[in-house]
Write a protein that binds this ligand. Structure first.
Ligand SMILES: [Mg+2]
Length: 267
């Protein structure tokens, strides 16, 4: 892939004409899962305490141990911040294991398995699927539409599927693509083409639903998908990319997606 191909305009230039709707693809964080503002430094302090065997509720910890733990947390946090920045600037994806290795952590080490479990416990309350997702997916499938997921994520497919299974919606997903498993992140065209290929539909016959204008509206529209914006996330300023785009629809609630799709289906 050339640098030119990686570069994205900040507005949609040539948009292929949309056709009949056959599939609807969803973003994960802030869309299928309601937005939570997270202390991103804290996730790695929780991880680093476990690596250094410092119990979370212990106040009596040697200063040297704590210092080393906080240094590790800071290294991982910096590696993760750089990975997401590379995503925004070059649309290059990353996997959690790459980030840990970059911070000098061997993700296969036993201690790090324990630390990863603590990291997941930290995230667990922020991963719950919106209760409207099941009726929404059922509504789409009753219209004979395919349901897909395309997420910018450092987590594995297995982890995301565990979350969907826990929340009782995995059986309604026809195809899912996670950026951690491909080389690019949204808004790169390849990400949208990959999920459409997996669903067996042309991008012009698919709709994308997401909470970010750069990743979830500009990206899909450039490959000819319709884009529905879910505008409820409090996205940190440093994660925002300025774009000039007009979503095809704005969903105040997830179930509004059914009404928009019905309009495009001519129902
Ligand atoms: Mg999102």
């Amino acid at each position: 892939m050339t640098a030119e191909e990686m570069r994205h305009p900040l507005t949609v230039h040539e948009r292929p004409e949309a056709g009949a709707v056959e599939a609807v693809v969803f973003d994960w964080g802030g869309t299928l899962t309601p937005w939570h503002t997270i202390d991103l430094g804290q996730q790695w302090r929780v991880f680093a305490r476990e690596v250094h065997g410092i119990p979370l509720d212990s106040a009596d910890v040697p200063e040297e141990d704590l210092r080393r733990a906080w240094q590790l947390a800071e290294r991982i946090n910096e590696a993760e911040t750089s990975a997401w920045r590379r995503g925004r600037e070059d649309q290059r994806s990353a996997h959690l294991d790459d980030i840990l290795r970059e911070a000098g952590v061997d993700p296969r080490d036993d201690r790090h398995h324990v630390a990863l479990a603590a990291y997941r416990r930290f995230w667990e309350p922020h991963t719950h699927t919106d209760p409207d997702v099941r009726p929404l997916f059922e509504g789409l499938r009753s219209r004979r539409l395919k349901v897909g997921v395309l997420s910018n994520t450092i987590w594995s497919r297995e982890y995301h599927r565990e979350i969907f299974a826990r929340d009782g919606v995995l059986d309604l997903i026809d195809g899912d693509v996670y950026s951690s498993e491909i080389h690019v992140v949204k808004p790169h065209a390849k990400a949208f083409e990959t999920i459409c290929h997996e669903l067996g539909v042309e991008p012009t016959n698919a709709v994308y639903v997401g909470d970010r204008l750069f990743e979830d509206v500009l990206g899909p529209q450039e490959v000819g998908m319709r884009a529905i914006w879910v505008p409820h996330s409090d996205i940190p300023t440093e994660q925002q990319v300025t774009v000039e785009v007009t979503p095809d629809a704005v969903a105040e609630e997830l179930l509004d997606v059914l009404d928009f799709v019905d309009g495009w289906l001519g129902r």
